[in-house]
Design a protein around this ligand. Structure first.
Ligand SMILES: Cc1cc2nc3c(=O)[nH]c(=O)nc-3n(C[C@H](O)[C@H](O)[C@H](O)COP(=O)(O)OP(=O)(O)OC[C@H]3O[C@@H](n4cnc5c(N)ncnc54)[C@H](O)[C@@H]3O)c2cc1C
Length: 457
């Protein structure tokens, strides 16, 4: 009788789950999640993500129980815990999803060695967390694509596997000790408007968005106030939605909205294949511009203003306040707040990336660090010195000011265009918003400093 452990990591679902499907062929399955000391120890366990994770684990356990099984939870070093469960249950094999960070690679190697030393096998499944795995497409001259457009061309040509259905029943070995499921109730420092995690919530969102949102995605994805993107990112981060299934379903829906949406999913795989090939890009410049960023000490007031949504640039402040309140920010907001910090304020992108990771419910090493690098001009952007002007961005992507008014109550009484440039108001109009700060920097001064620093002046 074969006993198989399924080690869940960033794939907390039952639908379209190849490791579970493969293990299911065995007579007995042990669905296992290890609260990994390596992740918490690295400071990666932010309260918002811990809360979402708790929802996901509860939901996964409930889904398994509906199928006659349950989730086994352990805490500690992931390799030690998997080996312990394998010994307790005399498991023959372990199935898990491939992942891309340096940490994930080391975890896989350590686990393989430890299991093989005990005569057990590790099966690592691609296309669980990525739709197209790193290395599946690569240029002739390199191990990864450094430019998105040719990557996307090749990515589009890859034939994806068909999604696999959720198992009807999961037979879990009796008598295995498990810790209690975590609960978001005990956590402090959560964003008030944090989304609910779990596969059930993810699939409900997928169904409704494919029905009502995807068709207008191309036209509306940059509309800050319209909030018309899928909001799948936390579900993709924790794997409560499958990227393979999403690509299939979007292609089936068809049309320009679906095409634009699939392109964004390809961006996710693009960053994952960059990180897989260059794990150091999580913290080091991918393509250095030899920046000598302002020191955190000398830029401290500017950094604090940025973090707290008090830069005096309404659209920047609105986005930063959305991040704090929801643990999530619209992509256009992420772009313009990152440009503002790294270029207009000339602060090291790592300072911004760290703050995002403290709050983002979808905070993800590949997507966060490489998008930050893209915007800082140290990553894969072919126009590394572009600077997004927050006023121009605001007028284009929040034309009537609704997004700013939603998140910056001090300005709720203003109409566009004043709501985007309150410093231009005079007299009583100005006095009415005296609790809103003046701009921390003149935009032309910020631009001149950046050009000087990059030798572009
Ligand atoms: C500075 C900065 C930091 C970011 N940090 C993260 C992060 O930590 N985690 C994260 O998931 N995304 C990050 N993004 C990418 C993007 O902003 C979010 O994925 C997106 O806003 C999530 O909203 P959505 O699910 O509604 O996206 P949609 O527009 O509906 O897109 C669907 C999915 O495509 C993927 N996607 C969309 N845009 C991008 C992109 N630019 N790069 C990679 N994948 C993308 C996401 O998985 C997203 O869920 C960051 C972007 C920037 C500019």
């Amino acid at each position: 009788m074969t006993v198989s452990i399924v080690l869940f990591t960033a794939d907390l679902r039952l639908h379209d789950h190849p490791p579970l499907r493969a293990a299911h062929e065995a007579a007995q399955v042990i669905p296992l999640f290890v609260r990994d000391r390596g992740v918490t120890g690295a400071g990666f366990a932010a309260p918002n993500r811990l809360a979402f994770l708790a929802d996901c684990l509860r939901d996964l356990d409930a889904g398994l129980r509906r199928r006659g099984g349950r989730l086994v939870i352990r805490s500690g070093d992931v390799v030690e815990e998997v080996c312990r469960v394998a010994t307790e249950t005399d498991a023959d094999e372990v199935h898990m999803a491939a992942d891309v960070s340096g940490y994930a690679h080391r975890r896989e190697q350590r686990l393989r060695r430890a299991l093989e030393a005990e005569g057990r096998r590790l099966h690592v499944h691609e296309t669980v967390i990525s739709a197209v795995p790193p290395g599946a497409v690569a240029p002739a001259s390199s191990d990864h694509f450094a430019v998105f457009t040719p990557y996307f061309r090749h990515w589009t040509g890859v034939r994806l596997r068909e999604p696999v259905p959720a198992p009807r029943a999961v037979r879990v070995l009796d008598g295995i000790g498990s810790e209690r499921l975590p609960d978001r109730g005990g956590l402090s420092g959560l964003s008030e408007g944090l989304a609910t995690g779990g596969e059930e919530a993810g699939r409900a969102r997928m169904t409704s968005w494919l029905r009502t949102g995807i068709a207008s995605y191309e036209d509306r994805h940059d509309d800050l106030a319209g909030d018309a993107t899928s909001r799948f990112s936390p579900h993709l981060h924790f794997g409560t939605l499958s990227p393979v299934e999403l690509v299939h379903r979007a292609r089936k829906a068809g049309g320009p909205g679906a095409e634009a949406f699939v392109r964004q999913l390809a961006w996710r795989d693009f960053h994952r294949q960059v990180l897989a090939a260059r794990p150091a890009a999580a913290t080091a410049d991918y393509r250095t511009k030899h920046d000598r960023w302002r020191s955190e000490e000398s830029a401290r007031e500017d950094i604090e203003a940025w973090r707290n949504g008090r830069t005096g640039f309404p659209v920047v402040d609105a986005a930063m306040r959305q991040l704090r309140y929801e643990g999530w920010m619209h992509n256009r907001g992420r772009l313009l707040t990152a440009s503002f910090l790294a270029k207009t304020l000339y602060v090291d992108w790592r300072v911004g990336a760290r703050h995002f990771l403290e709050l983002l419910v979808d905070g993800d090493v590949a997507n966060n660090q490489l998008n930050w690098q893209w915007m800082a001009g140290t990553g894969t952007d072919s126009r590394p010195n572009r600077v997004l002007n927050p006023v121009t961005q605001a007028k284009r992507y929040d034309p009537d000011g609704a997004y700013v008014r939603r998140w910056v109550p001090e300005l709720a009484g203003l109409a566009a265009p004043s709501v985007h440039e309150p410093w231009k108001l005079r007299g009583l109009d100005r006095a009415a918003i005296d609790d809103y700060p003046d701009p921390v920097v003149g935009l032309s001064d910020g631009l001149a400093r950046f050009k000087r620093a990059r030798g572009l002046d």
